[in-house]
Design a binder for this molecule. Structure first.
Ligand code: FNR
Length: 357
């Protein structure tokens, strides 16, 4: 089978994963309006290509937080990679190391942060953090990732509670017994213990998190802090005022609040508010190099892919994730050339046909 574009991998994954696993990865909240709009919103945007600009050489390299990556696409944090491929996050780590881009490792990984670091010792990684009711658990994992050379903490703020994903309820989705959230092996795996300690078995995330916790994080770590899950200029301004180093414009792939905006539609107001004081990244619905070009043109420093990386894993482990990234890079390079951009720095708002929006 020749894999030409990311949706070919989606089709493959849908055919080869079990129904409940596929449904879990594909899920959006409620009616999936926001999940679907994340993709459609790019298709409403038209480009204004420039010509006769000698695009015989074009360069996709860029930097995030001062570190060079091969192109402005990284891997968003997603849970449970071992459900898609037996090596799980180890494969994702090897692929991103080979391609030289950023991998945001999820708190809910089925391999531990230590195993992931060992699998790809030269990989560039950030760690995605959820705050637990028991802050000691969070503090311990922060110190572990610091020691392992993870370069930033990505604090996910859009899950005070888990969104209502209908198929997961219908399928009674849960992690099969042979897999674990390895980062907390033995710490609160035991449902009975967790029940006793927190009164709620599965949900130990803290719904009371607030801006105060950003200060708390800053008091216990020197790692840069990036807030993931901002959708408004008001919250973007607060994030900058609280001294974070970056923002990820994200609606969690439409898995949390349904009826919220597509992320690409939020990006301009956030970029305008932030005015370059911190880096602004985004995720949600990136499926082609054109989508990447539009997000960069509207001011994202880098974008991240969630589900497509999982489809790559399901297809062929590390090789599959590498193929996904390479296809996106090739598509981005071609779109840059066809629109007259020789470097990422030349991609700007003049590329976007605002009159049509
Ligand atoms: C996610 N996402 C997510 N985010 C996060 O901060 N921590 C996590 O553990 C997870 N887990 C997770 C699992 C699955 C199956 C999905 C699909 C998503 C959200 C993720 O980081 C990202 O915001 C979206 O996936 C981006 O949208 P696309 O690229 O999937 O359209």
């Amino acid at each position: 089978m020749t894999m030409v574009c990311l949706t070919d991998f989606e089709e493959y994954a849908k055919q080869h994963l079990s129904k409940s696993t596929w449904d879990y990865y594909a899920a959006g909240a409620d009616e999936c309006t926001t999940r679907d709009d994340n993709l459609l919103a790019y298709k409403r945007i038209r480009l204004r290509p420039r010509i006769l600009r000698d695009v015989s050489i074009n360069d996709t390299q860029t930097t995030v937080l001062g570190t060079e990556i091969s192109f402005p696409v990284g891997i968003a944090p997603t849970a449970f990679h071992c459900l898609a491929w037996h090596e799980g996050e180890l494969a994702t780590a090897r692929a991103t190391e080979a391609v030289n881009t950023c991998y945001i490792t999820s708190t809910y990984s089925t391999c531990s942060v230590e195993e992931i670091a060992e699998a790809a010792p030269n990989g560039y990684r950030w760690f995605q953090l959820y705050l637990y009711r028991d802050r000691k658990l969070s503090e311990q994992i922060i110190h572990r990732v610091e020691a392992l050379g993870y370069k930033a903490l990505v604090f996910t703020v859009d899950v005070p509670y888990t969104g209502k994903r209908r198929n997961d309820i219908r399928n009674q989705f849960k992690l099969p017994p042979h897999l674990k959230v390895k980062n907390f092996d033995g710490m609160f795996q035991d449902q009975a213990e967790s029940q006793e300690k927190y009164g709620t078995p599965a949900n130990t995330l803290d719904p009371s998190i607030s801006w105060k916790d950003v200060g708390w994080l800053q008091s216990i770590t020197r790692l840069p802090i990036i807030i993931k899950g901002i959708l408004t200029k008001e919250d973007a301004e607060l994030a900058v005022q609280h001294g974070v180093q970056g923002i990820i414009v994200s609606n969690h792939g439409g898995r949390q609040l349904d009826g919220g905006p597509a992320t690409i539609d939020c990006l301009p107001e956030i970029v305008d508010t932030v005015q370059g004081r911190v880096e602004v990244y985004m995720d949600g619905g990136i499926r082609t190099g054109n989508d990447v070009l539009k997000a960069i043109a509207l001011g994202a420093r880098c974008v991240f892919i969630g589900r497509p990386a999982i489809w790559g894993l399901a297809y062929k482990g590390a090789e599959g994730v590498k193929e996904i990234l390479q296809i996106l890079q090739d598509e981005l390079r071609l779109s840059m050339a066809l629109s007259g951009c020789r470097s990422v720095a030349e991609i700007n708002r003049n590329l976007i046909q605002f009159s049509r929006l």
